[in-house]
Structures are given as structure tokens and as C-alpha cells.
Design a protein around this ligand. Structure first.
Ligand SMILES: NC(=O)c1ccc[n+]([C@@H]2O[C@H](COP(=O)([O-])OP(=O)(O)OC[C@H]3O[C@@H](n4cnc5c(N)ncnc54)[C@H](OP(=O)(O)O)[C@@H]3O)[C@@H](O)[C@H]2O)c1
Length: 387
């Protein structure tokens, strides 16, 4: 082949020069033609195997390139999924604008501790005007004082499970706060969790879990919605849970309550879509605690106190509230915030439910036992060992 090329290349160059510059073109062209012929002849017997070899090399190259590109793409996608802590649609929207909450009136229930407290501090830092609610006036006052500008914070304590008149009075006070600016965001965040086997949970506990997680945000919405409709503005945000998307062994009533919340607020969103009112349902997975205050939690027969260990599978409260704020500002209807493996379970239940059910039934019994006996509900390997 080298020999053929050595002959053919000078022949082509000679022919080119001859064509343009040489007065005896015919003689030179003839000579070049002979050289070309010679080159082709010397290649002749090798032409077919060389052709096959070149084609083979081409295919191997293309295959290697394809495998490399797809393996790299898959590795990047897997790494992205494993390190993601929210649904892709939310992550793609990125961080909210710096002035997204400036001057907005934001009413947060369950603001005395946990996620509500972290939200209050974050939104105060963004220049929002806050109304903080829960039963404990004293703890709300502490949160208010920890906010960037306490003068832009109103403490409005009441019991969400109290009489309708109390809820109506609270809604009227929130609507009239800050010179009657009206509510821009109402964040239904108060709630209570459950660590107990479904079979052992009493009817009374089930009622209390449904009351605080489902009926409380529905009743407060009924009290606040007329004010919002009159003004033609307002976003209802509800801290549901990943248990609203994925059945949660060891938290059956809690999951039922949060799924009901998802259904109610989703339906409401479609009813008021033309009235300036919108809805964001936030579905967090496990979130770490920002203080030593235990969460409001029910065991099988009543309230229990269990300080959740801050393990690495729980999202830091600061990150959770950042993502919640991003979802609120972006105006998404639903947002998932969770680390792995909970996020993957949500994707499985949404897009591959057959596989999702298989996994859930495998880990479910162990997880329910782990939660009800005070262990982590997110340590998959120990759940599988408990089988
Ligand atoms: N933390 C998580 O891992 C996680 C995960 C998914 C979803 N969530 C949801 O996120 C929300 C906040 O969770 P969290 O862990 O931060 O909660 P938390 O620490 O248990 O705090 C619950 C809040 O609700 C208030 N509350 C309870 N009962 C009330 C009542 N009857 N009336 C008025 N306020 C009441 C409590 O205040 P008072 O005691 O002062 O009334 C407290 O501020 C809840 O809806 C929870 O289900 C949490």
C-alpha cells in the first residue's frame, strides 16, 4: 500500500502541475497516467483485504465511540440521579430570584420548630413579612426574635384543631396584617408524624393524625380562601410528604393523611385556576432536625417523644427550605425533595409501579418494625436483614 501511495501521490501532483503550468502537458500527463496505473497495479491484489480491514476498523471505531459515549452518558445520568435531592423539574429551575419574596406576606403554620422554624428564618432573610402560627406563643416569639427583622414578623398563635370561629378569626387577622396587604403565601406546614405498625395503631391515634395532617389544612384553607378570592391572589403551599407519593410502612395513617392532602389541594388548584389562586404541594422525604426539640410524633397508642437521629439520609433543614422556596417562587404544583433512596422510590412508584411495589413489599415489613421500635426507617440494608 505504501508503495502504491508513493507512486500515486507524485503522479497526481505531477498531473496537477502539468495541467496548469507546463507547455508539454500531453507528455507529462501521459507520464503521470503511467505512474498512476503503476500505483493501482501494485495495490491491486491487496485492495480487497485492505478494504475489508479499513471497513472493519471503521466499525470497531464507531462501536468504541458509541459505547464510550453511552457509558459516559449513563454514568453521568446515574451520578446525577444518585446525588439529586429533588425532582428533576425543580432542580432544573434553579435558585429563586433574590427579590422573589421581598415584601411578600407569608403565613406559616407549625412555625414554632422544625421545618416551619427554618422556613421562617429563611424567608425573613429574603425580606418577606411573616405571620407565624402554632399553639405555643412562647416558642413562636423565640422564632420571631431570631428572624432578621422581627418588626416584620407577626406572631399569631392558635390551635388548628380548635373551633371554626378561631380559625376564621386567625384568617381575618392574617388578611388584615401589615396594613391589610393580604396573604401572598399560606404555608400549611403544621403536622404530626407516626411511627407505629398499622395493626397496632388505635382508632383514636388515627383520628388525631388525620385531624392535624388533613383536616387542619383543609379547615384553615376554608377560612382563608374567601379573603384570597376577594383579593384575587394567593398561593396555598402545603408541606405534605413523600408518604403522599409512596406508601410508607410504619406510617400507614400518616401516609393516608398526606395522600388525602395531595388529593384535596390538587383538586382545589384546578377549581381556582382562573381566580388568581394557586397551589404548591411539597413532598419532602426525611428532613433532619434543626434543634433539640422532638418532632410531634405518634406511636400506636398516643404521642411519643423520640429525638430523631440526624443521619446522613436526612436532608439538612437549610437545604429543605431552600428547595421549598425555589418551588414556591417557581410556582410549581408539586415538588419532591428527598435524598436517596427515597427519591428513587418516588420515581419508581410514579413511572415503574410494578417494580416499586416489588421493592416496597421486600423492605416494608422490616421498615415498619424498625420504625415502630425506634430505629431508622431509612437504613435499607438493616431493613433487609430484618426479613
Ligand atoms: N421532618 C421531616 O422529616 C418531614 C418529612 C416529610 C414531611 N414533613 C412534614 O413537614 C411538616 C413539618 O414537619 P416538622 O418535622 O418540622 O414538624 P414538627 O417539628 O413536629 O413540628 C410540628 C409543628 O406543628 C405545630 N402543631 C402541631 N399541632 C398543632 C396544632 N394542633 N395547632 C397548631 N399547630 C400545631 C407544632 O407547634 P406547636 O406544638 O407549638 O403547636 C410545630 O410547630 C409536617 O407537616 C410534617 O408532616 C416532615
Amino acid at each position: 500500500m505504501c508503495c502504491g501511495l508513493l507512486l500515486a501521490v507524485p503522479a497526481a501532483v505531477t498531473a496537477f502541475i502539468a495541467g496548469y503550468f507546463c507547455p508539454r502537458q500531453d507528455a507529462l500527463l501521459h507520464g503521470a497516467g503511467q505512474l498512476l496505473q503503476l500505483g493501482a497495479d501494485s495495490l491491486g491484489p491487496l485492495a480487497q483485504p485492505l478494504g475489508y480491514a479499513a471497513a472493519g476498523l471503521g466499525w470497531v471505531g464507531a462501536l468504541v465511540a458509541f459505547v464510550t459515549v453511552s457509558a459516559t452518558g449513563t454514568a453521568i445520568a446515574l451520578y446525577g440521579l444518585m446525588s439529586a435531592d429533588a425532582d428533576l423539574a425543580l432542580l432544573l429551575r434553579g435558585r429563586h430570584k433574590p427579590d422573589a419574596f421581598r415584601g411578600k406576606v407569608i403565613w406559616i403554620t407549625g412555625a414554632s420548630q422544625g421545618i416551619g422554624e427554618a422556613l421562617a428564618k429563611y424567608l425573613a432573610g429574603q425580606g418577606a413579612r411573616l405571620i407565624l402560627s402554632s399553639r405555643s406563643a412562647e416558642r413562636l416569639q423565640r422564632v420571631k426574635e431570631a428572624c432578621l427583622d422581627p418588626s416584620a414578623v407577626l406572631v399569631l398563635p392558635f390551635d388548628l384543631l380548635g373551633p371554626e370561629a378561631d380559625l376564621a378569626a386567625a384568617a381575618a387577622a392574617a388578611d388584615g396584617a401589615f396594613g391589610g396587604a393580604g396573604i401572598d403565601f399560606l404555608i400549611h406546614n403544621a403536622g404530626a408524624s407516626q411511627h407505629a405498625l398499622a395493626a397496632e395503631t388505635t382508632g383514636e391515634v388515627a383520628q388525631q393524625l388525620l385531624d392535624i395532617n388533613t383536616l387542619a389544612p383543609i379547615r384553615l384553607t376554608q377560612a382563608a380562601l374567601p379573603h384570597m378570592l376577594k383579593r384575587g391572589k394567593g398561593r396555598l403551599v402545603v408541606t405534605a410528604s413523600m408518604a403522599a407519593k409512596v406508601p410508607s410502612p410504619g406510617q400507614a395513617v400518616y401516609s393516608a393523611a398526606k395522600m388525602a392532602v395531595w388529593g384535596y389541594f390538587g383538586s382545589l388548584a384546578t377549581e381556582v385556576a382562573d381566580k388568581g389562586i394557586s397551589v404548591t404541594v411539597i413532598c419532602p422525604g426525611p428532613v433532619g432536625s434543626s434543634s433539640d426539640t422532638p418532632r410531634v410524633l405518634f406511636g400506636p397508642k398516643g404521642k411519643i417523644s423520640r429525638l430523631e437521629q440526624q443521619d446522613k439520609r436526612r436532608m439538612a433543614p437549610a437545604r429543605a427550605v431552600q428547595l421549598m422556596a425555589n418551588a414556591m417562587a417557581a410556582g410549581v404544583e408539586e415538588a419532591w425533595l428527598a435524598k436517596q433512596p427515597v427519591l428513587t422510590m418516588a420515581y419508581l412508584m410514579q413511572y415503574l409501579p410494578l417494580l416499586g411495589w416489588m421493592v416496597l413489599k421486600k423492605v416494608g415489613p422490616g421498615r415498619a418494625r424498625a420504625l415502630s421500635s425506634g430505629k431508622s426507617g431509612y437504613d435499607v440494608s438493616s431493613m433487609l436483614r430484618e426479613q
